[in-house]
Write a protein that binds this ligand. Structure first.
Ligand SMILES: *Cc1c(COP(=O)(O)O)cnc(C)c1O
Length: 361
């Protein structure tokens, strides 16, 4: 095994198994999945593991990530979760479906689709209370009417996104509201909406508890697949792997030192005046990883190592009872922010821990 440090070890087989279990579960009630790859920067082998696990679409918020996956040979339909007006031309060229909330943007997509002699599919997102993206239910009818009049655009579905900004829980009430909107629109415009995308990893509890999922037939799921949890309380989903990603860093110093700094305490490197609890001398371990890679609060040590603090390039750990030496490796699990940050850091090597990465690149 390559010993580059720091590195993030990625188990593709665990990601594939997580996807399989979730696909089977959701498909049991007729819900297809979009596997969301934005937290892993559209890493093609992870997308491939999701496809092998049964997702029907791959969704990402960034066109760059979608291009990376397409260039690596992933041939699933792609959905773009966030649609900037300025990228309309490239979106039409490279993406099958985009999620939309502004008619100006849909007009621009239509313009380029016509020019490229293509049809572009849109999912129109509805605001159901979370106050991130979405057309207000009151404006939806007009939005659909205008969209239907645009050439080379097909409304493939309707969706909503909860629990992302406002932390609003997907429940029977807001999901029923989405289903009712679908019924009304189909009747008013004599259309069939193929995809009714009810949300993300936060929809797990609603799905498990709901007697009637109504018209919802799709979810866009990232974190559940990658980290094995739902996202309202970060509770484990039974049967899923929670450690498909492991961050490994190197000990660069291990010494017995005081627990309170010596001298007058002023601002630290980030403008905070730190406070300290005097616990006497103890073993302090420094690892070569810092805020430039990840916030220490987004890490969880696999060996109950307590994190004392961090600066740009160093994280200090309480090394009592651990016997760590220079050059030793320390392993951490990551939360979603930690995953996002370390996957984005150019200093953290990505290593596939089991090599069924042979399918792509
Ligand atoms: C990020 C995102 C998702 C996926 O969210 P998870 O919590 O990772 O499942 C779904 N839909 C939209 C619009 C998103 O931006």
């Amino acid at each position: 095994m390559n010993s580059f440090l720091p590195r993030i070890e990625i188990s593709l087989s665990q990601i594939r198994e997580n996807t399989q279990i979730l696909s089977d579960l959701y498909l049991g009630k007729g819900i297809s999945l979009m596997g969301v790859t934005k937290a892993v920067l559209g890493e093609p082998s992870i997308a491939q593991a999701m496809v092998q696990g049964g997702v029907e679409y791959i969704a990402d918020s960034r066109i760059e990530n979608i291009l990376k996956m397409k260039n690596a040979g992933i041939s699933t339909p792609f959905a773009l979760l966030r649609t900037p007006l300025s990228q309309a031309e490239s979106i039409v060229e490279n993406v099958d479906i985009s999620l939309n909330t502004e008619i100006e943007t849909v007009k621009r997509l239509s313009h380029h689709a016509k020019k490229q002699n293509k049809t572009h599919q849109v999912i129109i997102m509805v605001e159901l209370g979370d106050l991130r993206e979405g057309v207000l239910p009151y404006d939806l009818s007009q939005f659909i009417r205008e969209t239907l009049s645009l050439p080379n655009i097909i409304i493939i579905g309707i969706g909503c996104n909860l629990a992302c900004y406002g932390g609003i829980k997907p429940d029977d009430k807001n999901m029923r509201e989405l289903s009712e909107l679908v019924n009304l629109l189909e009747k008013e415009f004599q259309i069939d909406l193929k995809i009714i995308s009810g949300g993300n990893s936060a929809n797990y509890e609603w799905f498990k508890s709901s007697q009637n999922i109504g018209r919802i037939n799709n979810l866009r799921v990232g974190e559940s697949i990658l980290l094995g949890c739902e996202t309202l309380g970060r509770k484990a989903i039974p049967g899923l792997h929670r450690n498909a990603f492991q961050l490994v860093a190197e000990v660069i110093e291990s010494k017995r030192k005081a627990s309170v700094p010596l001298g007058e305490i002023c601002q630290d490197a980030f403008g905070n005046v730190p406070g300290f609890l005097d616990r006497g001398d103890h073993q302090r371990v420094i690892i070569a990883l810092g805020r430039q890679d990840v916030q220490a609060s987004n890490l969880k040590s696999n060996n109950q190592l307590r994190i004392i603090g961090s600066s740009s390039d160093h994280i200090i750990l309480d090394g009592d009872d651990h016997n760590l030496k220079v050059g030793d490796e320390v392993r951490f699990s990551l939360d979603y922010s930690g995953l996002l940050a370390t996957m984005t850091s150019p200093f953290v090597m990505k290593q596939f821990a089991d090599s069924d990465a042979d399918v792509v690149v």
